[in-house]
Design a protein around this ligand. Structure first.
Ligand code: DIG
Ligand code: MN
Ligand code: MN
Length: 389
């Protein structure tokens, strides 16, 4: 493969241990691949040019491990990270696999489960910080319902808020340098998951005790499952200074969570996302929360991982080409017309401005008569992606 798109640690690509370690199990079929040791994933991903790995507590430390077993596992894992020069920028808690969480974790009807979930998360935060994590993700895969009559709705929001507030204070009490990122998903494994989109999470964050400490971790597949435009959710998070992390993958709209290889389905959406992140010089991790097709063997898993990073780098080059294309930039200059005087008039109210505005005749029919040349712009964009410009 050409060196132009060879990933390097400086590209800051990361993968969850659960992604390349996915054994290919699904609701209708058993595992098709052997389980992969976390230390092996670290080695293989470092060879592919990744920057780091992320993990749920139980991706590394089994649910029922003793303290001494936990310490030995962590010691060996840290050695593998050091040997391979790999980082752990993000960590999270598995609050969805064990049956105890079948009615949720922070929003379970059972206060014992809610308290256990907070306790388990404290320990998982300790582990993440010990491994060097600076972002802590909360994905509430079981925070939802099939029977809405089972819970008093406002209680679930209060329980979730109390848990996040408690854990924010735990982090500060421990002196950890850690920020939280909330990840939305509309459904699966629950019939409906609470706070189903990035937009819901952005509002919820403002109701917390310490909003600046908490941002979002939007996932391409999750917003797309809900029939939403992922780019728009990311733009809103970025504009609000709340894009603390991102889960890159791909997805066919209206399907179960496919967690497909980045750029494998919606190439224009992936291009515009990469362009947004690169134009903004966004400093976060390019994290892939995806997995290889169930059809694949181990070689296919590493093809998947290499493909995620390679496609990102190709689209990064396409974004540079788009930004340097004279015809495209000339067309954008026409389309995105500026009028400093009018823009000043309608940003920041005053009675005088209102009076001036009222007195203006905008001749709307004349404005309406002119088209926007978006067909031309989109065709040029597609031609950049098709490699004919
Ligand atoms: C699923 O999209 C979730 C879990 O894999 C994990 O908690 C989170 C972190 O990326 N994404
Ligand atoms: Mn997903
Ligand atoms: Mn995710």
């Amino acid at each position: 493969m050409s060196d132009l798109f060879q990933p390097k640690p400086s590209d800051r690509f990361t993968f969850g241990l659960w992604t390349v370690g996915n054994p290919g199990r699904d609701p209708f079929g058993d595992a098709v691949r052997p389980t992969v040791a976390p230390t092996y994933s670290v080695k293989k991903l470092s060879e592919l040019g990744a920057y780091g790995v992320n993990l749920h507590d139980n991706d590394l430390v089994p649910f029922d491990a003793t303290a001494s077993e936990r310490d030995q596992i962590v010691k060996e894992f840290k050695q593998a990270l050091e040997d391979c020069g790999m980082k752990v920028p993000m960590a999270t808690t598995n609050l969805f696999f064990h049956p105890v969480f079948r009615d949720g974790a922070f929003t379970s009807n059972n206060p014992k489960v809610r308290a256990f979930a907070v306790q388990k998360t404290m320990s998982a935060i300790d582990l993440g910080v010990e491994l060097g994590a600076e972002i802590y993700v909360f994905w509430g895969g079981r925070e939802g319902a099939e029977v809405d009559a089972s819970k008093n709705g406002p209680d679930t929001i209060k329980w979730f808020r109390d848990s996040i507030n408690f854990l924010c204070d735990y982090v500060k009490d421990q002196g950890y340098d850690l920020k939280f990122a909330l990840e939305a998903k509309p459904n699966e494994p629950r019939g409906d998951i609470y706070m189903p989109t990035t937009g819901h999470m952005l509002h919820f964050i403002e109701t917390l005790d310490d909003p600046p400490m908490v941002g979002v971790n939007p996932e391409f597949a999750h917003e797309t499952m809900a029939g939403l435009n992922f780019l728009h959710g990311v733009i809103q998070a970025l504009e609000a200074g709340k894009l603390f992390h991102i889960d890159l993958n791909d997805q066919k709209m209206g399907r179960f969570d496919q967690d497909l290889r980045f750029g494998s389905e919606n190439i224009k959406a992936a291009f515009l996302l990469v362009k947004l992140l690169e134009d903004a010089n966004w400093g976060g991790m390019k994290h892939f929360d995806a997995h290889a097709y169930r059809t694949e063997d181990e070689e296919g898993v590493w093809d998947f991982a290499a493909g995620c990073m390679r496609t990102y780098l190709i689209l990064k080059e396409k974004a540079k080409q788009f930004n340097e294309d004279a015809e495209i930039q000339g067309l954008l200059a026409e389309i995105q017309s500026k009028d400093a005087e009018l823009e000043a008039l309608i940003s920041g109210y005053s009675a005088d401005k209102a009076s001036q505005l009222r007195g203006r005749d905008f001749a709307p029919d004349q404005i309406a008569a002119k088209g926007h040349a978006y067909e031309k712009l989109d065709q040029l964009t597609v031609e950049v992606l098709l490699g004919v410009r």
